[in-house]
Design a protein around this ligand. Sequence first.
Ligand SMILES: [Zn+2]
Length: 281
Amino acid sequence: MTTRRPRLAPVLAAALLLAASAIAAPAPSVPAWPRAVPQGSLVVAHVEPGSRVTFGGRDLRVTARGEVVFGIGRDARGPAEVDVRHADGTPERIAIEVVAREWPTERVVGVPPKTVEPPPEVAERIRREQARVVAARARDDARSDFLARFTWPLQGRISGRFGNQRVYVVDGHDVPKSPHSGMDIAAPEGTPVKAPAGGIVTFVDADLYLTGGTLLIDHGHGVSSNFLHLLRIDVKAGDRVEQGEVIGAVGKTGRASGPHLHWGLNWFDTRLDPLLLLARD
Ligand SMILES: [Zn+2]
Protein backbone atom coordinates (compact mmCIF):
# COMPACT_ATOMS: atom_id res chain seq x y z
CA MET A 1 0.00 0.00 0.00
CA THR A 2 2.70 2.43 1.01
CA THR A 3 4.60 1.68 -2.14
CA ARG A 4 1.62 2.62 -4.35
CA ARG A 5 0.84 5.95 -2.73
CA PRO A 6 3.77 7.92 -4.12
CA ARG A 7 2.79 6.85 -7.62
CA LEU A 8 -0.56 8.55 -7.32
CA ALA A 9 0.96 11.98 -6.79
CA PRO A 10 2.57 12.36 -10.22
CA VAL A 11 -0.54 11.01 -11.90
CA LEU A 12 -2.71 13.49 -10.04
CA ALA A 13 -0.32 16.30 -10.81
CA ALA A 14 -0.35 15.44 -14.48
CA ALA A 15 -4.14 15.26 -14.49
CA LEU A 16 -4.39 18.64 -12.76
CA LEU A 17 -1.93 20.11 -15.23
CA LEU A 18 -3.98 18.79 -18.14
CA ALA A 19 -7.16 20.19 -16.63
CA ALA A 20 -5.51 23.55 -16.05
CA SER A 21 -4.18 23.75 -19.60
CA ALA A 22 -7.60 22.77 -20.96
CA ILE A 23 -9.07 25.76 -19.13
CA ALA A 24 -6.30 28.23 -19.90
CA ALA A 25 -5.52 27.47 -23.52
CA PRO A 26 -7.95 28.82 -26.13
CA ALA A 27 -9.29 26.39 -28.69
CA PRO A 28 -6.85 26.29 -31.61
CA SER A 29 -9.56 27.47 -34.05
CA VAL A 30 -10.11 30.73 -32.16
CA PRO A 31 -7.48 33.33 -33.05
CA ALA A 32 -6.84 36.24 -30.72
CA TRP A 33 -7.90 39.79 -31.59
CA PRO A 34 -5.43 41.33 -34.01
CA ARG A 35 -3.08 43.82 -32.36
CA ALA A 36 -2.72 45.93 -35.52
CA VAL A 37 -4.36 46.00 -38.96
CA PRO A 38 -3.68 48.07 -42.10
CA GLN A 39 -6.15 50.72 -43.28
CA GLY A 40 -8.79 49.15 -45.51
CA SER A 41 -8.97 45.84 -43.59
CA LEU A 42 -11.92 43.60 -43.03
CA VAL A 43 -11.47 42.30 -39.49
CA VAL A 44 -12.94 39.00 -38.29
CA ALA A 45 -12.65 38.37 -34.56
CA HIS A 46 -14.04 36.02 -31.96
CA VAL A 47 -15.85 36.49 -28.69
CA GLU A 48 -17.71 34.03 -26.49
CA PRO A 49 -21.19 33.44 -27.87
CA GLY A 50 -23.69 35.63 -26.10
CA SER A 51 -21.33 38.62 -25.89
CA ARG A 52 -22.43 42.04 -27.11
CA VAL A 53 -20.00 43.86 -29.39
CA THR A 54 -20.14 47.45 -30.59
CA PHE A 55 -17.88 49.22 -33.06
CA GLY A 56 -18.28 52.57 -34.78
CA GLY A 57 -21.59 53.16 -33.03
CA ARG A 58 -23.02 49.93 -34.39
CA ASP A 59 -24.07 46.75 -32.56
CA LEU A 60 -22.34 43.93 -34.42
CA ARG A 61 -24.04 40.67 -35.12
CA VAL A 62 -22.38 37.79 -33.26
CA THR A 63 -22.64 34.34 -34.86
CA ALA A 64 -23.64 31.31 -32.81
CA ARG A 65 -19.93 30.43 -32.65
CA GLY A 66 -18.96 33.96 -31.58
CA GLU A 67 -17.58 35.45 -34.81
CA VAL A 68 -17.91 39.18 -35.45
CA VAL A 69 -16.82 41.22 -38.46
CA PHE A 70 -16.22 44.90 -39.14
CA GLY A 71 -14.23 47.14 -41.45
CA ILE A 72 -11.43 49.67 -40.97
CA GLY A 73 -11.72 52.39 -43.61
CA ARG A 74 -9.02 53.79 -45.87
CA ASP A 75 -8.73 57.01 -43.88
CA ALA A 76 -9.20 55.51 -40.40
CA ARG A 77 -6.74 56.60 -37.75
CA GLY A 78 -5.93 54.31 -34.86
CA PRO A 79 -6.63 52.93 -32.50
CA ALA A 80 -9.89 51.31 -33.55
CA GLU A 81 -11.86 50.75 -30.36
CA VAL A 82 -14.22 47.81 -29.99
CA ASP A 83 -16.44 47.49 -26.93
CA VAL A 84 -17.26 43.98 -25.78
CA ARG A 85 -19.78 43.18 -23.08
CA HIS A 86 -19.00 39.59 -22.20
CA ALA A 87 -21.77 37.08 -21.62
CA ASP A 88 -21.23 37.43 -17.84
CA GLY A 89 -21.69 41.23 -18.10
CA THR A 90 -18.01 42.21 -17.82
CA PRO A 91 -17.15 45.12 -20.12
CA GLU A 92 -13.90 45.19 -22.08
CA ARG A 93 -12.51 47.73 -24.52
CA ILE A 94 -10.23 46.33 -27.21
CA ALA A 95 -7.94 48.76 -29.01
CA ILE A 96 -6.57 47.77 -32.40
CA GLU A 97 -3.77 49.78 -33.88
CA VAL A 98 -4.50 51.03 -37.41
CA VAL A 99 -1.41 50.95 -39.59
CA ALA A 100 -1.30 53.88 -42.04
CA ARG A 101 -0.64 53.09 -45.70
CA GLU A 102 0.66 55.16 -48.58
CA TRP A 103 -1.69 56.08 -51.38
CA PRO A 104 0.14 56.81 -54.62
CA THR A 105 -1.53 58.77 -57.39
CA GLU A 106 -2.71 56.87 -60.46
CA ARG A 107 -3.24 58.82 -63.68
CA VAL A 108 -5.89 57.25 -65.86
CA VAL A 109 -5.98 58.05 -69.56
CA GLY A 110 -8.65 57.07 -72.06
CA VAL A 111 -11.95 56.95 -70.18
CA PRO A 112 -14.99 58.52 -71.90
CA PRO A 113 -14.84 62.26 -70.98
CA LYS A 114 -18.59 62.32 -70.27
CA THR A 115 -17.99 59.91 -67.36
CA VAL A 116 -15.34 62.15 -65.77
CA GLU A 117 -17.15 65.46 -66.19
CA PRO A 118 -20.78 64.37 -66.59
CA PRO A 119 -23.10 66.89 -68.20
CA PRO A 120 -25.33 68.63 -65.61
CA GLU A 121 -28.47 66.92 -66.90
CA VAL A 122 -27.23 63.49 -65.75
CA ALA A 123 -26.32 64.61 -62.21
CA GLU A 124 -29.77 63.61 -60.94
CA ARG A 125 -29.53 60.21 -62.63
CA ILE A 126 -26.12 59.56 -61.01
CA ARG A 127 -27.46 60.61 -57.60
CA ARG A 128 -30.45 58.25 -57.89
CA GLU A 129 -28.27 55.35 -59.02
CA GLN A 130 -25.82 55.83 -56.15
CA ALA A 131 -28.70 55.96 -53.64
CA ARG A 132 -29.90 52.54 -54.87
CA VAL A 133 -26.42 51.05 -54.40
CA VAL A 134 -26.09 52.59 -50.93
CA ALA A 135 -29.46 51.08 -49.97
CA ALA A 136 -28.33 47.61 -51.09
CA ARG A 137 -25.19 47.94 -48.94
CA ALA A 138 -27.20 48.72 -45.80
CA ARG A 139 -28.41 45.11 -45.64
CA ASP A 140 -27.46 43.23 -42.46
CA ASP A 141 -28.15 39.51 -42.86
CA ALA A 142 -27.29 36.82 -40.31
CA ARG A 143 -25.57 34.72 -43.00
CA SER A 144 -21.82 34.29 -42.46
CA ASP A 145 -20.57 33.80 -46.02
CA PHE A 146 -17.86 36.37 -45.20
CA LEU A 147 -16.06 33.69 -43.14
CA ALA A 148 -14.98 31.88 -46.34
CA ARG A 149 -11.44 32.17 -47.58
CA PHE A 150 -12.08 34.59 -50.47
CA THR A 151 -10.80 33.59 -53.91
CA TRP A 152 -9.84 35.67 -56.96
CA PRO A 153 -12.85 36.36 -59.19
CA LEU A 154 -10.58 35.86 -62.20
CA GLN A 155 -6.89 35.65 -63.02
CA GLY A 156 -5.26 38.81 -64.31
CA ARG A 157 -2.89 41.69 -63.73
CA ILE A 158 -3.84 44.19 -61.02
CA SER A 159 -4.28 47.37 -63.04
CA GLY A 160 -5.55 49.60 -60.24
CA ARG A 161 -5.17 49.37 -56.50
CA PHE A 162 -7.59 50.16 -53.71
CA GLY A 163 -7.26 53.58 -52.15
CA ASN A 164 -4.92 55.14 -54.65
CA GLN A 165 -5.53 58.76 -55.57
CA ARG A 166 -7.15 58.98 -58.98
CA VAL A 167 -6.49 61.64 -61.58
CA TYR A 168 -8.29 61.29 -64.90
CA VAL A 169 -6.70 62.84 -67.96
CA VAL A 170 -9.38 64.32 -70.20
CA ASP A 171 -8.64 66.38 -73.30
CA GLY A 172 -5.12 66.98 -72.04
CA HIS A 173 -6.02 68.25 -68.56
CA ASP A 174 -6.00 66.52 -65.18
CA VAL A 175 -9.24 65.97 -63.27
CA PRO A 176 -8.67 64.77 -59.68
CA LYS A 177 -11.38 62.41 -58.41
CA SER A 178 -12.16 60.38 -55.29
CA PRO A 179 -9.69 57.66 -54.31
CA HIS A 180 -10.08 54.36 -56.09
CA SER A 181 -12.79 52.43 -54.24
CA GLY A 182 -11.72 48.89 -55.18
CA MET A 183 -9.24 46.73 -57.03
CA ASP A 184 -9.02 46.58 -60.82
CA ILE A 185 -8.02 43.36 -62.55
CA ALA A 186 -7.30 43.66 -66.27
CA ALA A 187 -8.66 40.85 -68.45
CA PRO A 188 -10.01 40.46 -71.97
CA GLU A 189 -13.61 41.44 -72.58
CA GLY A 190 -15.88 38.45 -71.95
CA THR A 191 -13.64 36.74 -69.35
CA PRO A 192 -15.91 34.96 -66.85
CA VAL A 193 -16.14 36.55 -63.39
CA LYS A 194 -16.57 34.13 -60.49
CA ALA A 195 -18.01 34.86 -57.05
CA PRO A 196 -15.05 35.25 -54.62
CA ALA A 197 -17.32 33.98 -51.82
CA GLY A 198 -20.91 32.87 -51.54
CA GLY A 199 -23.80 35.20 -50.92
CA ILE A 200 -27.07 36.69 -52.10
CA VAL A 201 -27.27 38.93 -55.17
CA THR A 202 -28.70 42.20 -53.88
CA PHE A 203 -28.32 44.51 -56.87
CA VAL A 204 -28.14 44.10 -60.62
CA ASP A 205 -28.21 46.85 -63.24
CA ALA A 206 -26.82 46.47 -66.75
CA ASP A 207 -26.28 50.19 -67.27
CA LEU A 208 -25.38 52.56 -64.46
CA TYR A 209 -23.95 55.84 -65.73
CA LEU A 210 -20.56 55.69 -63.98
CA THR A 211 -20.11 51.99 -63.27
CA GLY A 212 -21.84 50.36 -66.26
CA GLY A 213 -22.90 46.76 -65.69
CA THR A 214 -23.07 46.64 -61.89
CA LEU A 215 -23.60 43.67 -59.56
CA LEU A 216 -23.59 43.42 -55.76
CA ILE A 217 -23.28 40.25 -53.69
CA ASP A 218 -24.04 40.35 -49.97
CA HIS A 219 -21.84 38.06 -47.84
CA GLY A 220 -23.72 38.68 -44.57
CA HIS A 221 -23.19 40.93 -41.52
CA GLY A 222 -22.94 44.00 -43.78
CA VAL A 223 -20.07 42.64 -45.90
CA SER A 224 -20.65 42.97 -49.64
CA SER A 225 -18.75 42.79 -52.91
CA ASN A 226 -19.45 44.95 -55.95
CA PHE A 227 -18.41 44.14 -59.50
CA LEU A 228 -18.39 47.00 -61.99
CA HIS A 229 -18.02 47.66 -65.73
CA LEU A 230 -19.43 44.21 -66.56
CA LEU A 231 -20.21 43.27 -70.14
CA ARG A 232 -22.74 40.69 -69.05
CA ILE A 233 -24.47 39.70 -65.79
CA ASP A 234 -25.51 36.06 -65.41
CA VAL A 235 -27.49 36.28 -62.15
CA LYS A 236 -30.48 38.23 -60.91
CA ALA A 237 -31.34 40.00 -57.68
CA GLY A 238 -32.34 37.53 -54.97
CA ASP A 239 -30.25 34.65 -56.36
CA ARG A 240 -28.06 32.64 -54.02
CA VAL A 241 -24.55 32.20 -55.48
CA GLU A 242 -21.76 29.94 -54.29
CA GLN A 243 -18.02 30.64 -54.28
CA GLY A 244 -16.54 30.05 -57.74
CA GLU A 245 -19.86 30.31 -59.56
CA VAL A 246 -19.78 32.40 -62.76
CA ILE A 247 -21.75 35.60 -62.14
CA GLY A 248 -20.93 37.64 -65.24
CA ALA A 249 -18.28 38.67 -67.73
CA VAL A 250 -15.58 41.35 -67.86
CA GLY A 251 -16.45 44.47 -69.82
CA LYS A 252 -15.55 48.14 -70.12
CA THR A 253 -18.95 49.72 -69.51
CA GLY A 254 -19.21 53.02 -67.62
CA ARG A 255 -16.06 54.95 -66.61
CA ALA A 256 -13.46 52.51 -67.92
CA SER A 257 -10.50 52.96 -70.22
CA GLY A 258 -10.37 49.30 -71.22
CA PRO A 259 -11.76 45.92 -70.25
CA HIS A 260 -11.19 45.08 -66.60
CA LEU A 261 -13.05 43.92 -63.52
CA HIS A 262 -13.44 46.41 -60.71
CA TRP A 263 -14.00 44.46 -57.49
CA GLY A 264 -15.05 46.53 -54.52
CA LEU A 265 -15.50 45.28 -50.97
CA ASN A 266 -17.63 46.98 -48.35
CA TRP A 267 -18.57 46.72 -44.70
CA PHE A 268 -21.85 48.65 -44.97
CA ASP A 269 -20.71 51.98 -46.48
CA THR A 270 -17.04 51.58 -45.45
CA ARG A 271 -14.88 50.72 -48.45
CA LEU A 272 -12.22 48.06 -47.95
CA ASP A 273 -9.32 46.54 -49.84
CA PRO A 274 -10.16 43.15 -51.42
CA LEU A 275 -6.47 42.39 -51.86
CA LEU A 276 -5.99 42.25 -48.06
CA LEU A 277 -8.82 39.75 -47.89
CA LEU A 278 -7.18 37.46 -50.45
CA ALA A 279 -4.05 37.42 -48.31
CA ARG A 280 -6.02 36.61 -45.16
CA ASP A 281 -5.13 33.38 -43.34
ZN1 LIG B 1 -11.80 50.45 -60.50
